[in-house]
Design a protein around this ligand. Sequence first.
Ligand SMILES: NC(=O)c1ccc[n+]([C@@H]2O[C@H](COP(=O)([O-])OP(=O)(O)OC[C@H]3O[C@@H](n4cnc5c(N)ncnc54)[C@H](O)[C@@H]3O)[C@@H](O)[C@H]2O)c1
Ligand SMILES: N[C@H](C(=O)O)[C@H](O)COP(=O)(O)O
Length: 349
Amino acid sequence: MKKPIAITLGDCAGIGPEIIAKAFRDAPELTRGCFVVGDVATLRRATKLIDAGAIPLPVALIESPAEALNVPPRCLPVLQIGALAEPVPFGRLSAEAGKLAAECVTWAAQAALRGEIAALVTAPLNKEALALAGTPGTHYPGHTEMLQALAAAHTHKALAEMPVRMMLANDELRVVLVSIHVSLRDALEAVTFDNVLQTLRIAHAALSASLGRAPRIAVAGLNPHAGEGGLFGREEIDIIAPAIAAASALGLQVSGPFAPDTVFMRARAKPGQPGEFDAVLAMYHDQGLIPVKYLGVEQGVNVTLGLPLVRTSPDHGTAFDIAGTGQADASSLLAAIVMARRLSQLQNL
Ligand SMILES: NC(=O)c1ccc[n+]([C@@H]2O[C@H](COP(=O)([O-])OP(=O)(O)OC[C@H]3O[C@@H](n4cnc5c(N)ncnc54)[C@H](O)[C@@H]3O)[C@@H](O)[C@H]2O)c1
Ligand SMILES: N[C@H](C(=O)O)[C@H](O)COP(=O)(O)O
């Protein structure tokens, strides 16, 4: 491994620190060369939580990302960013936690953009806490939009010149979204020829690089039964099909629009049997994320496509309902680390 991978703390009132501690404790080979961008005291609390009564995992303070490459297995290296005045209670919205989570993501994104780290893996932050923080760098709906803004600023581009998209993937299904964190009303407005075509181009570029061949992309319709020939809406005829035709003319392997209620099962891979498609383009957040998360919150990975850096994340959130109980499952975070490593190796980082 040439460069370390940064894992951002997430919201410390949620399960982020706990799943990070579990990942380092239970998967020393996978987490080797990774370090946490966050708060040492919060991570020590997490190690005590997961090993109540036993000797907790040691937490090592590091001063630079490069030091993470020399930390022994089953030790949790932390690069201290920001600080909390006092520990944040589990499961409660906290502006301080939102502010610290954003500071960690900002630091890690900038380190990635400077080429100091191979990738960033973000533990979940809470979007309400982020908004509560109300400080510069926190006025974004989520990581995706924050990273887009940071990357655009770093490369001196306008936001529109740095289009990004969210992909959620597991071993069975990949889904790329036309719109992300907007109201359902606004999501309908976002189904435009340009947005659908841009999503197809971003998905094609990212998946061509990771699969080593052109991906077969299926496009979901917006309306029931993809509009049933215009009986239940005309977006498929007026917007989505023309965008698919334009993408096909560019040489992309795209088909659809397909009925949204059946396209995901057609794309789903089974052991030893690939799905009919490599990815599904979904018209809005819930249309695309429900099928992936329903297959199991423990296996999905969120990848931001279109950035000049590698960023992955677990597919679940801060789980305030179980934070501090020790019940959180670290599998999705581990899957996100595996994916980050694979994508950064493909880019020779
Ligand atoms: N990557 C991210 O930063 C990210 C991703 C998704 C949601 N979020 C944010 O998280 C907050 C809470 O979202 P939510 O409640 O809709 O979804 P959630 O994923 O936090 O929780 C949904 C359900 O799944 C359970 N769950 C989630 N992760 C789990 C794990 N690792 N182990 C065991 N059970 C787990 C929770 O206990 C809860 O019952 C919101 O602010 C949301 O925006 C952040
Ligand atoms: N939409 C994501 C999901 O539900 O899994 C989640 O909110 C994370 O979004 P960011 O990666 O933009 O924080």
